[in-house]
Design a protein around this ligand. Structure first.
Ligand code: AMP
Ligand code: GLY
Length: 438
């Protein structure tokens, strides 16, 4: 079957790599793709907003499956447009929800209300509109710090502020509701209870009826070692997550995943594709921080290598509504992913720097995120440039392996976190050969 994959980052390179391994695949097209995806399919430039051109492409190339990597096309209704097109309906399956389902990510207020309607554990919250700045400030004055303030709409991961004191909280509210700095995304804000715990990313795939849990991963969001500095899209990932043991993941399945899929069905919201549950483990209990209607980046680069099942077989299960009969088989080894970023990221960064050493890497997958080809050479193009993934029999081995490969790759200004996964490795209480304590 022929597949179109939408997107051009590290997540999409990992998806293209995985899809290309399927015995069910005939042709893979990636739009826009990147120099990494070229090795697994054909890159094409499609204007997704041009319905006529999109329709022509899908028909001409006999595309059966459209896999949408990022959230924006889904929130903007790409799935709805394909489904409503009489020439495409019935021929093309979109992996990713329609607009109604994409609101789980597109509107924080919608997501919070949905969770409360379906008894899904999450922080308590209140939402305020543009004309309620005074009420929002009064609300904050009644609360204890820290304050979690979120712009309602999509804000490229920059719409969440954790304010340490009231002064900062009030300034943030004025910024969001008063000044319009976040545009339409900030016209409403959500103020939530602060959750104390450890974060992880859980994933499922669903055809709207059945769902299958995919491997969970821990994402490292801050730019600096020891979780310091500004937030990024994610600087590394580890899968599985040792603190998300069987018992915890069963709770995620029963209390979060199952009621979410049931709730969508009950509300008549069709949903097919991936669902990303951003969770906080609070004393062994899962709370939802956010939903995303797609896979995570760089989590995908750490979970797809562990997936033994044929991804296209799962997509076919979505297409025919028979996902319940498919099997998700997972490698129980650990994957560690380290992101190599450009100098200056997550602020403004340099581009066009030559990337060297990729041919030296033997024991890791290198997924390309922000790269370009210039005069036959591979150069940096985005903030996050590469995602390097290695396997190990446990977290410690995976970390050692991935950093050995990271050392082989170079470009001017390369920055990466040197502590990915370090918090997950338990230092043995008694080392072999060390004197035993009485
Ligand atoms: P979000 O974009 O909703 O994932 O939020 C960005 C980050 O803010 C999360 O990854 C968490 O680290 C943090 N965060 C969001 N909501 C809360 C909360 N209620 N309590 C504590 N931290 C939070
Ligand atoms: N790594 C977090 C995300 O993809 O949103």
């Amino acid at each position: 079957m022929n597949v179109l994959l939408i997107g051009g980052g590290g997540r999409e390179h990992a998806l293209a790599w995985k899809i290309a391994q399927s015995s069910l695949l005939d042709e893979l097209y990636v739009s826009p793709g990147n120099p990494g995806t070229v090795r697994h399919g054909r890159n094409v430039e499609l204007d997704l907003k041009d319905q006529k051109a999109l329709r022509r492409f899908l028909l001409e190339k006999r595309i059966r499956i459209v896999v949408v990597g990022p959230e924006t096309p889904l929130v903007e209704g790409l799935h709805d447009r394909i489904a409503a097109d009489p020439e495409l309906a019935g021929h093309v399956t979109v992996i990713g929800p329609k607009q109604a389902g994409a609101r789980l990510e597109g509107s924080k207020e919608f997501a919070k209300e949905f969770m409360f309607r379906h008894n899904i554990p999450t922080a308590t919250f209140r939402a305020f509109g543009k004309d309620q700045l005074k009420e929002a400030i009064e609300h904050v004055e009644r609360m204890a710090p820290p304050y979690v303030i979120k712009a309602d709409g999509l804000a490229q991961g920059k719409g969440v502020v954790i304010a340490a004191d009231q002064k900062e909280a009030v300034r943030t509210l004025k910024d969001m509701l008063g000044s319009g700095r976040f545009g339409a995304a900030g016209e409403r804000v959500v103020i939530e209870q602060f959750l104390e715990g450890i974060e992880l990313s859980a994933f499922l795939i669903t055809d709207g009826e059945a769902f299958k849990m995919l491997p969970a991963a821990k994402d490292y969001k801050r730019i600096g070692d020891g979780d310091t500095g500004p937030n990024t899209g994610g600087m590394g990932a580890v899968s599985p997550v040792p603190f998300a043991d069987k018992e915890f993941m069963q709770k995620v399945h029963d209390r979060v995943a199952a009621p979410t899929i049931r709730g969508l069905r009950e509300e008549g919201i069709p949903y097919q594709g991936f669902l990303f549950m951003g969770l906080m483990n609070v004393n062994g209990e899962p709370y939802v921080i956010e939903y995303n209607v797609r896979l995570g980046d760089p989590e995908t680069e750490a979970i797809l290598p562990r997936l033994r099942s044929d991804l296209l077989d799962l997509f076919e299960g979505i297409s025919s509504g028979t996902l319940s009969e498919r099997h998700v088989d997972v490698d129980d080894r650990t994957c560690a992913t380290v992101v190599l970023a450009s100098e200056g990221y997550p602020g403004t960064y340099e581009k066009g720097r030559a990337i060297l050493g990729l041919d030296q890497v033997r024991e890791a997958h290198v997924f390309q995120a922000g790269t370009a080809e210039k005069g036959g050479a591979l150069v940096t193009e985005g903030g996050r440039v590469l995602a390097v993934t290695a396997f190990g029999k446990d977290t410690e081995q995976a970390i050692m392996q991935v950093y050995r490969s990271v050392m082989l790759i170079d470009f001017e200004g390369k920055q990466y976190r040197s502590d990915i996964g370090h918090d997950l490795v338990r230092v043995p209480a008694v080392r072999p050969g060390a004197p035993q304590q009485a």
